[in-house]
Ligand binder design. Sequence first.
Ligand code: 5RP
Length: 229
Amino acid sequence: MNQTGQTQDELKTLVAQAALSYVVPGEYLGVGTGSTVNKFIDALAASGIAIKAAVSSSVASTQRMQSLGLPVVELTQVERMAVYIDGADEIDGHGFMVKGGGAALTREKIVAAQADRFVCIADASKRVEVLGSFPLPVEVIPMAAPQLVRQFKALGGQAGLRMAHGKPLVTDNGQHVLDVVGLRITDPLGFENAVSQWPGVVTVGVFAHQKANVCLLGTSQGVQTTVYD
Ligand code: 5RP
């Protein structure tokens, strides 16, 4: 709870509602994954705004949208989207983000890359000066995981396999996720470039190339809008 008594959940609701003004009626809309996006999906369904269809970044978001009657198409059917709306685990002053807390980072990065504008919706706890406090998610090919753990150790990070119900979590793409703690990512573009080259890395959760163009941050003073480009 913050000074004005708003919970993190209420701040997520606030930014989810604010994101509706970025939806272009009659167009395709990219939709991310997570608890903030779930609130956005609910708000979109309740708003009556008619989109051509949504392009989803996860099975979970697809199911939620379809259950609310929102049309969803495959990304392969769409060339470009005007807007992609998604949450973040961390966002810095340049719009660079860490994402993947919901294990959907690969599809999120792919869908975001086909959108003209990334609108990030997040509560104030996600705003950081330097990326790296939140454990960095990295989707990996399972056989590469032990070597990748060693490579992150050489950078000063401790990587652990994400577990679910006592077993390694399996992503929508059939792969595993490493969460890396102990990193201070001062050069997000360089870091993303470097780690993306490591054999066995499917997607690193640093979104520097697919950074946010706009951030709607839920704060005790209301929604703070930052435009990065
Ligand atoms: C999922 C993500 C989410 O956007 C991120 O984890 C933020 O989630 P939440 O809105 O639940 O705080 O990257 O892979």
